[in-house]
Design a protein around this ligand. Structure first.
Ligand SMILES: [Zn+2]
Length: 414
């Protein structure tokens, strides 16, 4: 989920289960698959799925994640949607699915600047602080190599005016991603760390940062509809996260490997149980740095956005003990009512709703008139945009019910 407006804080392995549904055998959700995907994508080789590489890695985290997702799509039987659209000439002729090469050879599609903070060192009163645990720089901080003093100006700020440095005492350390550099350094220090300090502190602060140009890609795949392949239900999830600063990784297990894993699991299901409409799966890049992948898509859609019957964006899917939140539930009331009715009848989850929010990739679609929900889970997980958002914390509570609710509800859309 996008950390919007920097200063606003925010609030089993299971075996494959076969169930009989409408007299056919379907493959149900698979939590062990989710956990496998989460473990891989959160490992250090994937460098927090950012635009830099972990010191021992040659390729960036986001590129490596892209390769992994495409490999899983191919295993799960998804097709390259762009190739299909090209070959059918925007659905004006039919092609056999077998004729698709399924190459996903997307190159340098989405371009943007990125403030690459690749090294940070902070020492206060001769005590070296631990990155991620004791402090985090603001993502827009510039280069600095400073030795000197900072002065306390109020209960939460220490500053050095001349060198434009601010240390801010924060309840929670939250990192983000930035396209630009500010002309001042802002460092968030964990509450309690500077409690006993005097009004003047001795500091060493070193940051190496530079603006770099990033080239990255969305991934589009689909399971063709049996009757109306040119009409789409779209599931989306962003696969980027905040990357790494040197050897400190932001794993982003809940945000948003959880959503990526659920999309891949849904793909496995729909491969075995196709609908009359096509089911597309969009894996967006650049979400954390400003919803850039989804913005790119609505500005450069593969096909007329009107062909999307509904878009369901999944982000922060790793909790669930307190139910789910449906962003836009108060906007698309009829569809939300259907969801609630199915839930009341069969699943009895807590299903909450909100209005519009510019906090994940559904946003640009809603703005363009595409009906969409952004669904996230509630409960269990406290980590957010920090080093503690790890697979071990994911519960996927009530995942079976959430999965089935989504599938039933999609079936109810005409
Ligand atoms: Zn996020």
């Amino acid at each position: 989920m996008l950390y919007f407006f920097k200063l606003v804080s925010k609030p089993i392995q299971s075996t494959l289960v076969f169930v009989v549904f409408l007299s056919r055998i379907i493959l149900a959700q698979d939590k062990s698959y989710l956990l496998q995907v989460c473990t891989v994508l959160c490992s250090k080789e994937y460098s927090g799925r950012g635009y830099t590489a972990y010191p021992s890695q040659k390729i960036t985290g986001i590129e490596k994640a892209k390769e992994f997702i495409i490999q899983e799509i191919k295993k799960n039987g998804g097709y390259d949607l762009r190739e299909y659209i090209t070959k059918t000439k925007q659905f004006s002729r039919s092609v056999s699915i077998k004729s698709l090469k399924n190459k996903f050879s997307y190159k340098n599609e989405i371009l943007f600047p990125f403030n690459n903070i690749h090294q940070v060192y902070v020492e206060i009163n001769n005590q070296k602080l631990i990155l991620g645990q004791d402090y985090l720089p603001d993502a827009s901080s510039p280069n600095i190599d400073f030795v000197g003093q900072l002065i306390k100006i109020d209960s939460i700020h220490f500053i050095n005016k001349e060198h434009k440095i601010i240390l801010k005492i924060s309840e929670k350390l939250i990192y983000s991603a930035s396209q630009q550099q500010e002309d001042f350094v802002l460092i968030h220090i964990k509450k309690d760390l500077l409690k006993k300090e005097n009004s003047i502190i001795d500091c060493k602060i070193k940051i190496k940062a530079q603006i770099e140009k990033v080239k990255t890609n969305n991934i589009y795949t689909f399971i063709p509809g049996t009757q109306f392949p040119d009409s789409f239900i779209v599931f989306s999830a962003h696969y980027d996260h905040l990357g790494n600063i040197d050897t400190t990784i932001f794993p982003g297990a809940n945000d948003n490997v959880s959503g990526v894993a659920v999309l891949l699991d849904l793909m496995r299901y729909y491969k075995r149980n196709p609908l009359k409409y096509s089911i597309a799966f969009y894996f967006f890049t650049g979400e954390e740095i400003g919803l850039l992948g989804s913005k790119y898509y609505v500005d450069n859609p593969l096909f007329d956005l009107k062909r999307i019957k509904f878009l369901i964006n999944l982000d922060l899917m790793g909790g669930g003990s307190e139910g789910i939140m449906v962003i836009n539930g108060k906007v698309f009331e009829n569809e939300f009512e259907k969801l609630v009715n199915i839930n009341n009848e069969k699943y009895h989850l807590v299903v909450k709703s909100r209005g519009k929010a510019q906090n994940s990739d559904h946003y640009w679609f809603t703005e363009k008139g595409v009906k969409s929900f952004f669904i996230y889970t509630l409960g269990d997980i406290k980590a957010y945009h920090d080093i503690y958002d790890i697979p071990k914390n994911l519960t996927f509570w009530n995942y079976e019910k959430i999965f089935s609710l989504l599938v039933d509800w999609i079936n109810s859309i005409n």
